[in-house]
Design a protein around this ligand. Sequence first.
Ligand code: HEM
Length: 512
Amino acid sequence: MILLIATGWTIYCIVCLLTIWICYKSYPSVVLFSRQWYYLRCLPRLPTHWLWGHLHIIDGSEKMMLHFLNYYATNDIKLSAIWFGPFIAAAHCYRPETIKIVLKERKAHRLYRMIIPWIGTGLLVANDEKWFRSRRLLTPAFHFGVLKPYVQVYNECVQTLIEKWAKLASSTESVEICDSVSLLTLDVILRCAFSYKSDCQDLGKQSPYVTSVCALSRLLVQRLLYIPHQSDFLFYLSPSGREFRRACKIVHDHSDKVVRDRKTVLEEQIKKGEPLQPTGGRKYLDFLDILLTSKDEDGVGLTDEEIRAEVDTFMFEGHDTTAAGIFWTLYCLAKYPDHQEKCREEIRTVLDGRESFEWEDLKSLSYTTMCIKEAMRLYPPVPHYFRDLSEDTIIHGHLIPKGTFVIIGALEVHRQPDVWENPEEYDPLRFLPERSEGRDNFAYMPFSAGPRNCIGQNFALNEERVVIGKILHKFSLQLDDNHVVEMVPQVILRAKYGVKLKFNLLADNCTE
Ligand code: HEM
C-alpha cells in the first residue's frame, strides 16, 4: 500500500514538473511562478480535479463553454481562474470592465512564440518599440485610399465561388461551405497582399505555396491543443513539427522571391523619378507596394525580412478569420430567412440592376452590415485571445500577479446576459445607433480593442459586405435540417461538422 502511494506521488510530481517545464521554461523565475500559483488559487473557479485542474473538461466544445458560462452566471463570478493541472492557471476575463483593464496590456502572449517560425516577429507577435514602429509603418496600408480598389478584387473572387455554387444550386443536396469560403478569402488576401493570382479556388490546393499556408494553419491549431507539443523540442521531433518546418521553408522562399522581384521593379521606378504606381498590369497598389515604400520619420523603411514577416502575418491573420466571419453570417442568414430577405431587398436597391459593388455602395449596406456584426457577436471568428500581464494588476479586488496568463473571451463577453438582452437571440437591430448608445466599448470586440486591436478590420468588413451581398443577390439560402452545426472554439471559431446550406438560384438570375 505504501509502495502504491509512493509511486502515485512520484508520478504526480513528475507530471507537475513536466508541465511546469513545458509551459514555464521561458520564465525561469520560480518566485514569479509561485506568486502566480499563490494568488490565482484565491480566484473563484469551476470545481477542479486535484490533478487535472480543468484539463479533463477542456475539450474545446460548445457544451464545455456553456458549462463554464452557466456556472459563472449562477454563482455571480466576475473573474475566474482556469487550471491546467495542479500548478498552472490562467485568469479568465469575460466581463467588459475586466477586459478594459487587461487590454491596456500591449505585450503579446508567450504562446504566440509558436507562430514566429512562420510569421517572424510581424505586427501580431512584436512587442515594445518594434511593435510601435511596425504599427506606425503599417497603418497607411489600411488607409481607405488603399482599400478602395480592393472592392473589385472582392467582386472578382466571389464571382468564382458563385459560379461554383451555381452548378450545385439545382441539386437537392446541401453544400458544405466552410472550405470553399476559406479558399475564397485566401484568394482575396493573396491578390491584395502581393498580387498573386493563385487560382486556388479552381485548382484547390495544388500550388505548393497554398498547400503550405493551409498546412501551417492546421498544424498550429493541432500544436496548441496538444500540451506536450508546447515544447519546441518535442514538437520539432514529431512528424507534425517536421511538416511545419518544411511548409515554413516553402512559404518563406516564395515570399522572399516576391519581395525581391517587386523591390527591383520599384527601385527602377524610383531611379526614373516616376511616382509610385502599380506594376505588371495591375490597377491597384497592393500591401507589398505600400510596405516597400513606407518610411518612418528618420526616413528608414522596413527591411526585406520585416516585410516578409508582415506579408506572412497578413496571410495568417487575414485569411481564416475573414472566412469564419463569412460562413457564420451565411449560416445565421440561412437560419433566419426574414433577415436574409431584408438584406436582399437592401442589396437589390443598392445594386440597382448592376452585378458588382462599387466602393461608394458599401456605406449604404447598413442592414447587411448589422447582420454581419450580429453574426460576429454570436460567433466571433477569433473567440479568445491572450495576454501576459506585465505588472501586478488589481481586478475585481483580486491581485493578479505580473506574468499571469490572461485569457480574454470575446465569445463569453458577447453572450453576457446583463450586457446583452436575450443574448442567444440573433437580433441584428441591436446594432442600430439608438440601441447601441451607452453600450460599453468592451462589450463587443470581434476585432479586439485597445492599442493592439485588429489593423485589418475595415479590410475584413468590406470583404464580408461584398461577399455576402453578391451571394444573397444570386441565391436564396436554406439550412440543411439534417445537419448539426456545432461551434468549436479553436484559434478560429470553427464548425465541428462544417456548415451545410442549400442554394437556390433566384428567379431573376435563372435566365442568365
Ligand atoms: C473577420 C476578420 C478578422 C477578425 C475577426 C480579426 C480579429 C483580430 C483580433 C481579435 C486581433 C487581436 C489579436 C490579439 O490581440 O491577440 C487581431 C489582430 C490583428 N489582425 Fe485581425 N482579424 C480579422 C481580419 C484581419 C485581416 C484581413 C488582416 C490583414 C489583412 C488582419 C491583420 C491583423 C493584424 C496584423 C493584427 C495584429 C495587430 C497588432 O497586434 O497590432 N486581421 N485581429
